[in-house]
Design a protein around this ligand. Structure first.
Ligand code: NAI
Length: 329
């Protein structure tokens, strides 16, 4: 007899319900909760066999302790990054699975979208013409062809982004402690990348070692007017240092899909409220900054990839099969 397994699905949005409904399994019942998983909401997973979580859920020692006491045996992350999971606390108690790859194109294309928008001021042009203001003052950009793009992290997304930049005729340089023969650019040191790049794009995971990789010191090594694009993780950038750089003109523009304090705000609608984050309010108000709400992954193809692999991970766990996508210490 097959026993129905129950999954507590946190931070659920309409697009999640939609994509997971296309990969449903008659032996797995999903309870969708809109709340993010944290110390206050973890009790919603009581009586469930598994938890499905996302990038802004808090999966610390306390949450893992409670999940384990409820008998939850697995956390299926429906994302690639897992910096929000305390793997030490999980070790030996609860399995952690992830989706290592879904659509690197989705994130790479969004990074290029941010560059094109910032450089050609499309966000400002859109607002102007809607107000019947057809002036071109202040909208001058530069050709991407021949400019140097520096890619920090040349894994799946970084390589895909490099291929996109190649199509624009850009000079491509990269920094990664692990070099890939599939990277279409030239590897340089981190300092070399900072000094030479007109545009710097972050595509490395967040680790203890690279917390605030972009800080006052690294910004001081950059070209005057360099663009910074971050579609990776917010904590890679010291936002106070970035704000100073933008104010002084050292940084020419910033495209941020992620933000170091995003957990409390991103994915939710606060349009009727004054947000309690002055740093974010300041950078959002700058004409040469675009903030998107961790949406780089959000394409139909990526959502289907995420749902398909997450369900496959859960099926394998419940069937006692090999766990191809387990994260271990
Ligand atoms: P990946 O694992 O294929 O590649 C990451 C690369 O970064 C590896 O080659 C690794 O050696 C390199 N790396 C690690 N530490 C580094 C450092 N300090 N400096 C330079 N390179 C370093 O990962 P993938 O799939 O390319 O994803 C990259 C990151 O993108 C994820 O870790 C995640 O944080 C972010 N991401 C963001 C999404 C969004 O919607 N904004 C969606 C998916 C991923």
């Amino acid at each position: 007899m097959i026993i129905l397994k129950t999954v507590a699905f946190f931070d659920a949005k309409a697009y999640d319900r939609d994509s997971f409904s296309r990969f449903s399994d008659e032996n797995i019942s999903i309870r969708f909760f809109e709340n993010k998983l944290n110390e206050d909401t973890v009790s919603m997973a009581a009586c469930c066999d598994a938890v499905c979580a996302f990038v802004n859920d808090t999966i610390n020692g306390e949450v893992i302790e409670k999940l384990s006491s409820y008998g939850v045996g697995v956390i299926a992350m429906r994302c690639a990054g897992y910096n929000n999971v305390d793997l030490k606390a999980a070790a030996g108690r609860i399995k952690v699975l992830r989706v290592p790859a879904y659509s690197p194109y989705a994130v790479a294309e969004h990074a290029m979208g941010l560059i094109l928008t910032l450089n050609r001021k499309l966000h400002r042009a859109y607002i102007r013409t809607r107000d019947h203001n057809f002036s071109l003052e202040g909208l001058t950009g530069f050709d991407l062809k021949g400019k140097t793009v520096g890619i920090i992290g040349t894994g799946k997304i970084g390589r895909c982004f490099a291929d996109v930049c190649k199509g624009f005729g850009m000079e491509i340089i990269g920094f990664d402690p692990y070099k890939s023969s599939e990277f279409c650019g030239k590897y340089v040191s981190l300092d070399g990348l900072l000094e030479k790049s007109d545009i710097i794009s972050l595509h490395c995971p967040l680790t203890k070692e690279n917390h605030h990789l972009i800080n006052r010191e690294t910004i001081s090594k950059m070209k005057d007017g360099a663009y910074i694009i971050n579609t990776s993780r917010g904590l890679l950038i010291d936002t106070a240092a970035l704000t100073e750089g933008l104010k002084s003109g050292k940084i020419g523009a910033a495209g941020l899909d992620v933000y170091e304090e995003e957990t409390a705000l991103f994915f939710e609608d606060y349009s009727d409220e004054i947000i309690p984050d002055d740093t974010l309010s300041t950078i959002i108000s700058m004409p040469n900054v675009i903030v998107t709400s961790h949406q780089a992954f959000l394409t139909r193809e990526a959502l289907d990839g995420i749902a398909g692999t997450t369900m496959e991970n859960l099926r394998a766990y419940f069937a006692g099969d090999e766990l191809k996508n387990e994260i271990t210490l």
